[in-house]
Design a binder for this molecule. Structure first.
Ligand SMILES: Cc1ncc(C[n+]2csc(CCOP(=O)(O)OP(=O)(O)O)c2C)c(N)n1
Length: 320
């Protein structure tokens, strides 16, 4: 086993438990912003971020918790933000879909679908112009690839050979609409990117260790050679598009399809791999869970104890 596999598993489990706790407490109505949970999709952000340095940058969209946490975003500030408190990472004005932690390289989360793709390209352009040795990773969903700005961003990144990694988390759905209802059957974003001069590949998105290994060289190449790259990961969100519930009763995804993907749950896969190879014991996993629970409870207490922003905060950071 690589020595950091336990840490990678810990980080994946931590994100899962944090989001389960958000789901658990959501009905208390203290978190008044919508939440788009990444439960089931944690392997991609953790696998990739395990290859990133602190000064590498990321941008993300509405489903942002896992990206923020995997990149090292501050948990207390995230939970406070979900509670609208002034100690939140966006001073309580943004909520779940506007997470930011500049110290950790989480540059922006914006829920206008596709909108952070050009922002990420701009960040990577800045990196290149300033001759810095880092990269920007842009996380987006399959729905975002239908926005025109996706193509424009690929083109610009290719033209200027920017250090940017485009990461599509293809969970096949945009809200309730399956890709087959939205896109031509022949559409393939890797081929589209190839046509614009950007290399890329598809990778299965649920095995965090595999993702970590398969993206290591890619990340290093993008950083060292300043070359854009695109990866599309097949994945599955366990819960509803927006909110803390399971919405299987709506029947927009077939039972067979759901069960197939639940078997590929990133936590189950990672845990099984570590246990079967005697890399971890059940009691170590229990200890991980205890440690994470303490951290989570503290973050919710931090949010509870924090104050709401003053009204004058409303007038700050606006143009008119
Ligand atoms: C420009 C724009 N159009 C529509 C929406 C409403 N909307 C919010 S999330 C979403 C689905 C996006 O799907 P995808 O990009 O695949 O991400 P996923 O939710 O699957 O993670 C839509 C249509 C929006 N926020 N912005």
């Amino acid at each position: 086993m690589k020595k950091n596999y336990k840490k990678i598993f810990f980080d994946t489990l931590r994100i899962r438990l944090i989001e389960l706790e958000i789901a658990n407490r959501y009905s208390q109505q203290k978190m008044r912003c919508p939440v788009h949970l990444s439960i089931g999709q944690e392997a991609v952000p953790v696998g990739i971020s395990s290859n990133l340095n602190r000064d590498d940058k990321i941008v993300t969209a509405h489903r942002s918790h896992a990206h923020y946490l995997a990149k090292g975003g501050n948990l207390n500030k995230m939970i406070a933000e979900l509670h609208g408190k002034k100690t939140g990472c966006a001073r309580g004005k943004g909520g779940s879909m506007h997470l930011i932690d500049l110290e950790a390289g989480v540059e922006a989360a914006v829920p206008i679908v596709g909108s952070t793709i050009p922002i990420g390209v701009g960040i990577s352009w800045g990196i290149k112009l300033n001759k810095r040795k880092n990269l920007c990773v842009i996380f987006f969903g399959d729905g975002a690839t239908e926005e025109g700005v996706f193509l424009e961003s690929l083109d610009f990144a290719s033209l200027h050979q920017l250090p940017v990694l485009f990461v599509c988390e293809d969970n096949k759905f945009s809200v309730y609409s399956h890709k087959s209802k939205r896109q031509s059957k022949k559409r393939d974003i890797i081929k589209i990117a190839n046509g614009i001069g950007i290399n890329g590949k598809k990778i299965e998105g649920n095995n965090v260790f595999e993702i970590y290994e398969k993206t290591k060289k890619i990340v290093n190449d993008v950083r060292a050679r300043s070359k854009p790259y695109i990866i599309s990961f097949e994945t599955f969100r366990h819960l509803e598009h927006c909110g803390p519930n399971n919405d299987d009763n709506l029947n927009y995804r077939e039972k067979k399809y759901i069960n197939k993907w639940l078997k590929k749950c990133p936590i189950v896969i990672a845990e099984k791999y570590l246990i079967e190879n005697n890399f971890i014991t059940i009691s170590e996993i229990e200890n991980f869970k205890k440690k994470i629970k303490i951290e989570i409870d503290k973050s919710f207490l931090f949010a509870d104890d924090s104050k709401f922003p003053n009204f004058d905060e409303l007038k700050k950071d606006i143009y008119a």
